[in-house]
Design a protein around this ligand. Structure first.
Ligand code: GLU
Length: 285
């Protein structure tokens, strides 16, 4: 295989592409093209209650209009459940994940119960899980039909040397994952939601590896999740890509753009008669 790089753009088809997505996609595209590498598209549609084929079609149309052609077939997470299940089974057999039946309310109540006066820690996914269902599973061979959480303390205990990842974006440098931080401030993250059979963290790691992604470009809001991803790569014996977290494109009030910011949807600029170069200039400045 060649030494070249592979990047990807991984939108969730839950709304129109806006300037922030276009910026992210352009970075990944341009990085790959500059190196003679591959630029891939992955549709992150595991949340079938929010994903819509119409949004996926519009995303593809907008990317083509912007001149951001991708290589090879599109990967769709909704078609990847067997791969997620295989990864979960590997973790389950090692006793690293456990079923959890807590509701959001159970977690909020337990997390906000006074713990020596300290406020509940808020991790990348919300309040740190207070451990109500945590136990080491009995080693049965099949995955339970429930949400599955990573036992973070056991997971970090499997690391025998410092684990590093390289960042070339806004937090440029070599980072080392911090086991204490993961246990204290991140906690037992969900790796499979009952209704989805996976979660963002598990799917992104399994799929980046399956697509041979060498450079992950994404918004800096996901930087905090990167330690989780690098830990999972180690647990699953997957390669650790280089990360490039980029600044977020904000609206005139300094708020990051969201799917509902229709005014900044690429579609709206197209309808207003802007050219692709004019739209690219809006986020390249
Ligand atoms: N699907 C995520 C999003 O739309 C991106 C995830 C990633 O790039 O790792 O925000």
């Amino acid at each position: 295989m060649s030494e070249t790089i592979t990047t990807r753009f991984a939108p969730s088809p839950t709304g129109p592409l806006h300037l922030g997505h276009a910026y992210s996609a352009s970075l990944a595209h341009d990085m790959a093209r500059a190196a003679g590498g591959r630029f891939l598209l992955r549709i992150e549609d595991i949340d079938q209650s929010r994903a819509r084929p119409e949004w996926e079609a519009l995303i593809a149309e907008d990317l083509r209009w912007l001149g951001l052609a991708w290589d090879g077939p599109v990967m769709r997470q909704s078609e990847r459940l067997p791969a997620y299940r295989a990864a979960l089974l590997a973790l389950w057999r090692r006793g690293l994940i456990y079923p959890c039946t807590c509701t959001r309310r159970d977690i909020l109540e337990a997390a906000s119960a006074p713990q020596e006066g300290a406020p509940p820690a808020i991790g990348p996914d919300g309040p740190v899980y207070p451990g109500l269902c945590r136990h080491v599973p009995d080693g049965s061979d099949s995955l339970p039909d429930a949400a599955l959480r990573l036992n973070m303390a056991l997971a970090v205990a499997t690391l025998h040397a410092p684990v590093q990842f390289r960042e070339t974006g806004v937090r440029s440098g070599l980072h080392v994952i911090d086991p204490e931080h993961l246990v204290r401030d991140v906690g037992d993250v969900v790796l499979a939601r009952r209704e989805m059979g996976t979660s963002y963290h598990l799917a992104v790691v399994v799929d980046d590896a399956a697509q041979g992604v060498t450079h992950v470009t994404r918004g800096e809001d996901l930087f905090a999740a990167t330690q989780i991803h690098v830990l999972l790569q180690h647990l699953l014996a997957l390669p650790v890509p280089v990360y490039h977290h980029h600044r977020l494109i904000r609206d005139d009030h300094g708020k990051r753009l969201a799917k509902r910011d229709d005014a900044r949807a690429i579609r709206s600029y197209r309808e207003d008669g802007l050219s692709p170069a004019e739209v690219r200039a809006l986020y390249s400045a």
